[in-house]
Design a protein around this ligand. Sequence first.
Ligand code: SF4
Ligand code: MG
Length: 325
Amino acid sequence: MTLLEVRDLAVEFSTPEGTVRAVKGVDFTVGRGRTLGIVGESGSGKSVTSLAVMGLHRGAKVTGSVRYEGTELLGAPEETVRKLRGRRMAMVFQDALTSLHPYFTIGDQIAEAYREHHGGTRRAALKRAVEVLGDVGIPEPARRAGEHPHQFSGGMRQRAMIALALSCEPDLIIADEPTTALDVTVQAQVLELLAKIQQDRGLGIIMITHDLGVIARVADDVLVMYGGSAAEQAPADTLFTAPRHPYTRGLLDSLPRLDAEDGEALRSIPGSPPSLLDPPAGCAFHPRCPVYAANPSPLCTGERPLLRQVAPGHQNACQLDEVTV
Ligand code: SF4
Ligand code: MG
């Protein structure tokens, strides 16, 4: 069942230097029990996309359509969006230390968020906070609920953030780089926790990350973004076994390999992400694209490539892809 349906979403900001086109028309859907991975470098538009979905895009011009279980959120009264946010859709951010308030106990913060949406007594809300802290694997939750964020380790803080998001029993969680600040072992534990919660509650998840390794662990479907546009979109197994966009292939080549020799240099994609104020003509990836470098086709510098279907369920925005549908 579809929870979230996003169509032709575009986000622009005015700056003194000109208009920043941060997102230029992306489409995706998230179903109950499914995880959509959105992957790209910083400035690819992945975080801006999630903020626009949550209605947290102050000062930006947002167009297109964002439907939550059929209800259009773009242009809806603030009250409608505010009710959905937190209660039906919740966000987990990268840095729990800046997202949690330093002065209040973890338990109070979860209880307050819960009461804002569900009302009830403070006592009942605190009980609920202790329950969800236990659900996310925090030992001695009744005692730890009385502690402040700085008394938690990085991994425990991230669990507390997830507990905060879960306290209102949302159907959809948007997690923006939720494990980036954590070491590899703790990262794996937090991803496992999200997967378990998803299984238990049938949550839809949008996982936003620059790390294809994270996507490989959790995603059912993947949207690869570059310079504010969709570069490639496919089920995760297809994307990893048969990637078609040169940018996706570059990202995959830069993943650490299990069979890598000791000391073998990690490859990364040369060059830097495009300017969103003054993007390259045509395909925004062309200044870094090895296919273009080998064969500088005018197709790459003409029209901006849009996604098109290249195999069943698989869409690619590369002009030089030989379509095989
Ligand atoms: Fe590379 Fe051209 Fe394809 Fe862009 S359109 S990814 S520059 S080959
Ligand atoms: Mg970001």
